[in-house]
Design a protein around this ligand. Structure first.
Ligand SMILES: *[C@@H]1O[C@H](CO)[C@@H](O)[C@H](O)[C@H]1NC(C)=O
Length: 232
């Protein structure tokens, strides 16, 4: 009886807290060009960034995504009032390119918070802050660009993964998809982060993309002049 009661308490407290059991996070960064060129989603006309932007930070358990309670609701006011220019950094690192969102990033943040953030015991500003700080730290586009890995026609096999492993001493997961013509391309680069959302971990994985060679496609709107601005 005592055992049942304490189990029941753990259950109730667990629910009140909103926290679901998970071991670590996938921090998923996407290449905007490969999100927008599949023919499956319509991006707004000038949707591009020289940045791997956040798709999300997803709690994982035993190598699987966990399903989250979906509440509390996303409160824009909370992130808006976040310190260290949280909102500006979210616009920069976690934008939505989906034309259906009518240039608002809020629907994307709302979905990600509900689907993944509500598993954590973080406040909303904590959750977004943690993900953004990790993305800022990685600054992936620049790391790859400096290594000569740039959007274009060239194909890659293990170079992208190797460069990341060399730079950060971390194993990422590389995800690929196909553009509208069936060309296999770099889509997402995922890092593993511990439960607290602060320490990177090596991802243990069976390779997510096993369809090399892949291209790192230009974003449709990308011009040569703008590409040059990263040269030092
Ligand atoms: C990840 O793996 C590399 C190579 O095996 C190792 O040197 C590094 O310390 C590991 N990093 C973490 C955070 O465990």
């Amino acid at each position: 009886m005592k055992l049942l009661l304490s189990l029941w308490l753990v259950f109730v407290i667990g629910i009140v807290d909103g926290e679901v059991d998970y071991d670590y996070f996938y921090l998923v960064l996407q290449w905007p060009g490969s999100y927008c060129n599949t023919g499956k989603v319509t991006c707004y006309d000038d949707a591009w960034e020289y940045r791997f932007t956040l798709h999300g930070m997803w709690p994982q358990k035993d190598g699987q995504g966990v399903s989250c309670p979906g509440s509390p609701d996303f409160h824009f006011n909370e992130v808006q009032s976040g310190s260290n220019n949280l909102l500006g950094r979210m616009d920069r690192w976690w934008p939505s390119f989906n034309a259906a969102h009518k240039r608002s990033n809020k629907p994307f943040w709302n979905t990600e918070w509900k689907k993944h953030g509500t598993c954590t015991s973080f406040t909303q500003s904590e959750y977004f802050e943690k993900a953004i700080s990790r993305a800022e730290y990685l600054n992936l586009y620049l790391i790859l660009f400096k290594a000569g890995i740039r959007p274009g026609m060239q194909t890659y096999t293990s170079e992208i993964k190797n460069e990341i492993e060399m730079t950060f001493n971390l194993k990422p997961r590389i995800q690929c998809n196909e553009d509208q013509y069936g060309t296999v391309q770099l889509y997402e680069i995922t890092f593993c982060v511990d439960k607290t959302g602060t320490q990177f971990l090596n991802c243990t994985y069976s390779a997510a993309c096993n369809r090399e060679p892949i291209v790192f496609p230009r974003t449709y709107y990308q011009s040569t002049a703008q590409q040059c601005s990263y040269r030092s």
